[in-house]
Ligand binder design. Structure first.
Ligand code: IPD
Ligand code: CA
Ligand code: CA
Length: 261
């Protein structure tokens, strides 16, 4: 049985995450004229100097306010917690969108305790959208409560997905999409996993699945989707993680789970 979270702590963490996400959003909205790029797992997977600048700002602000917290950041921030709270941050989720000046990139900030993710904030300045959730406290878009769609047929469902940076995995994903697309309303590839999960939360898409997500892609958006009523799992009801994330309302989640196998 999960413990009832401490509401003072939740409010403190949420307020801190809101302020930091907005500051990082301001930094990133002020686009540089050119980018320094460093390649990661493949030529398709890269970070810009703005990913690093955003992570540096987020880490500095967290530690100024809560010096004993741990941090896991996509661009390398790693700090062990002595307070029981660890922040999981993606300083730009959707770097490719950011680089091309397409909308949807976001700052994803979550804080977890020993029982899992406690709060999640996803801020997408180009969509004028700030999503948040706390464990047991519901999910919100710009302060308004949001709920997952009740879609219960593939043919009536708009499904978001993403494609891996790994080429062999991309080919498998393409084959699966080819088999699914004739049977669903349509497919979206928006380019930012955290926003995909938030779109499930608000019913802006009916469902979402993707392989290869890392903890920082999933932490905040996964909580927001769950708190809005979505089921978020891996294959066959396993825990969501790098091997697979399937997020949707209960009826569609069951259908997607059986399709994905
Ligand atoms: C990526 C985006 C993309 C998803 C990838 C993620 P990044 O995050 O969320 O939509 O398809 O799996 O890695 O690298 O831009 O932070
Ligand atoms: Ca990401
Ligand atoms: Ca990122």
């Amino acid at each position: 049985m999960k413990q009832q979270p401490n509401s003072d702590l939740i409010n403190e963490l949420l307020e801190l995450a809101f302020g930091i996400a907005r500051k990082a959003g301001e930094l990133l909205t002020n686009r540089p004229d050119s980018f320094d790029i460093n390649q990661k797992s493949s030529a398709r997977d890269f970070a810009t100097h703005m990913d690093h600048a955003s992570e540096k700002l987020i880490v500095r602000e967290i530690l100024e306010a809560r010096p004993n917290d741990g941090i896991i950041g996509e661009e390398g921030a790693a700090r062990v917690s002595t307070s029981g709270i660890t922040w999981v941050i993606d300083p730009i989720d959707g770097t490719v969108n950011y680089f091309y000046n397409l909308p949807g990139w976001n700052i994803s900030i979550a804080a977890k305790d020993e029982e899992g993710v406690l709060i999640g904030v996803v801020y997408a300045p180009t969509l004028n959208s700030l999503w948040h959730a706390s464990r047991g406290g519901g999910a919100f878009l710009n302060e308004k409560a949001i709920y997952v769609s009740q879609a219960d047929a593939l043919s009536d469902s708009l499904i978001a997905t993403g494609f891996s940076y790994d080429l062999a995995e991309r080919v498998r994903q393409g084959e699966f999409i080819a088999s699914l697309i004739p049977r669903v309303r349509d497919i979206r590839r928006n380019g930012a996993a955290a926003v995909d999960l938030c779109h499930v939360a608000s019913g802006a898409v009916d469902g979402y699945f993707e392989t290869g997500l890392k903890e920082w892609d999933l932490a905040a958006g996964g909580l927001i989707a769950r708190e809005a009523g979505a089921l978020v799992s891996g294959r066959n009801g396993q825990e969501a993680g790098e091997a697979m994330v399937i997020a949707a309302g209960p009826a569609l989640h069951a259908l997607l789970t059986s399709e994905i196998g």
